[in-house]
Design a protein around this ligand. Structure first.
Ligand code: SF4
Ligand code: FES
Length: 255
């Protein structure tokens, strides 16, 4: 383990010199071996474009390849690289070192998810709750009966749900949610936001069955409106508002 090690700046010709470096603190924990997590520290040079994921991968490449981290797209699309960065749930590939305004960057696994190892967490609960709310259009018909080639929507109908369709299933909202921490059966803001996304879609016919699924003490009524889910979403989804709007359907204010 190269604890306290330093990475040479590979961009020596850059306007930023190796004097620009951070202390990267990475939480290490292997549930099969360790009784508690610990932090290891690395000095990592950065440029103005360096992301937290870049810094972690530089450590993996040069100093300690055993650090576990999940990522794929590196462009805030796949939802794989969520973690706690300086105390807040963020995407590591979408967070530049420079915007953190700190010489110390601490990375930890997301809260409310079981840890596989180090920064990688299990997504089973999120995928299960997401699947439960039927995240697809429910229709009785098997084919379009009119002359039209598709189920058309007006811009106004699209506007009802489009921000919720931007969800990348990163789990940051579930990580930030205090109710997720105290109720292991809570369906969570991600799944509730997706329930709203399909309930509000004019092409969908599954509203009643979907509302029935979330009408539960561990469903929509469990949310206490802390609002932290909406504050951390990297895609501009507002799960707290979606939950409010869903309650409008359930209480008969919307149809
Ligand atoms: S609602 Fe936002 S924070 Fe939650 S899973 Fe979707 S993209 Fe991530
Ligand atoms: S690596 Fe895909 S969202 Fe960060």
């Amino acid at each position: 383990m190269a604890q306290g090690a330093t990475i040479a700046n590979e961009q020596a010709s850059s306007p930023l010199s190796s004097a620009n470096s951070i202390t990267l603190r990475i939480a290490r924990y292997n549930p099969e071996q360790d009784s508690a997590s610990r932090f290891v520290e690395f000095a990592v040079p950065y440029e103005k474009w360096t992301t937290v994921l870049d810094a972690i991968l530089a450590v993996k490449k040069h100093l300690d390849h055993s650090i576990a981290v999940r990522y794929s797209c590196r462009q805030a699309t796949c939802g794989s690289c969520g973690m706690i960065i300086n105390g807040k749930p963020r995407l590591a590939c979408f967070t530049k070192i420079i915007e953190l305004n700190s010489n110390v960057v601490t990375v930890e696994p997301m809260n409310n998810f079981p840890i596989i190892r180090d920064l990688a967490v299990k997504f089973e609960r999120l995928f299960d709750t997401h699947r439960r709310v039927k995240p697809y259009l429910v229709r009785d018909d098997t084919e379009i009966e009119s002359d039209e080639k598709e189920f058309s929507q007006s811009p106004e109908e699209l506007e009802q749900y489009i921000q919720f369709a931007n969800c990348i299933k990163c789990g940051l909202c579930n990580s930030a949610c205090p109710t997720m921490a105290t109720d292991s059966s809570f369906v969570g803001p991600q799944a509730l936001a997706q329930a709203y996304r399909y309930v509000a879609d004019s092409r969908d016919k599954g509203k009643d069955s979907r509302l029935k699924i979330i009408d539960d003490s561990h469903g929509i009524w469990r949310c206490h409106f802390a609002g932290s889910c909406s504050q951390v979403c990297p895609k501009g989804v507002d799960p707290a508002m979606g939950i409010q709007l869903l309650r409008g359907y359930m209480l008969g204010f919307k149809s």
